[in-house]
Write a protein that binds this ligand. Structure first.
Ligand code: PAN
Ligand code: ZN
Length: 189
């Protein structure tokens, strides 16, 4: 049960930048925070000196209790490591039966998801609502030339399990081939 009675609140969202006002939390992830996640280790090493900003998450913090919902935006920069598009780390929810809703605000992305042997990919653009069902690991990939920005809403007690993705990754990667995003099977090792 929710422990405290929260006051209703509203946030101002700028569609073009993903800025939330007020925001109380911000996570920044640079290439060095994603060691080993891109397929081309040489390309990763070559980019590490510059250590580009890959994405930011802005949110308004609420208590991580059953019943509460987190609202946040992700601003995923355009770019590639080798031929692989910039992407988020990706995660399962620690509470595996917690789902999530994404709403595309700017740019073009792919939402890749995996549940055991099952794999799914959805195209996202401004106005796309994507549903991440319970039990699916999820990662977004910016396949465009401008920041890919989306809003996410998920249960505040969901938790993020990054370890499983760190160890096993997703079964497919999104790479640029002949100028277009293409899914290729992840090569083991
Ligand atoms: C999103 C993600 C956000 C960043 O808010 O947390 O896009 O991706 P990673 O958490 O994989 O680094 C979400 O799915 N929250 O549950
Ligand atoms: Zn999530």
């Amino acid at each position: 049960m929710t422990q405290q009675l929260m006051r209703p609140f509203s946030l101002a969202l700028e569609f073009g930048s993903g800025q939330l006002e007020p925001a109380t939390g911000k996570v920044e992830r640079r290439l060095s925070d994603m060691h080993g996640m891109y397929g081309n280790r040489q390309a990763e090493d070559a980019s590490l000196d510059a250590n580009p900003l890959i994405y930011e998450v802005l949110q308004y913090d609420v208590p991580d209790e059953n019943g509460q919902l987190v609202v946040c935006t992700t601003i995923l920069q355009p770019g590639r490591i080798g031929d692989e598009y910039y992407m988020t780390k990706g995660h399962y929810h620690q509470k595996r039966d917690a789902g999530e809703v994404y709403l595309g605000l700017q740019g073009r992305g792919k939402l890749v998801m995996q549940a055991g042997e099952e794999f799914s990919q959805l195209d996202m653009q401004p106005g796309t609502i994507a549903y991440v069902p319970p039990f699916w690991a999820h990662r977004t990939v910016n396949v465009g030339n401008v920041p890919f920005i989306f809003l996410a809403v998920y249960p505040a007690d969901a938790g993020h399990d990054y370890g499983s993705i760190d160890r096993h990754g997703f079964s497919q990667r999104v790479i640029e081939r002949g100028g277009a995003p293409t899914l290729v099977p992840t090569v083991a090792g």
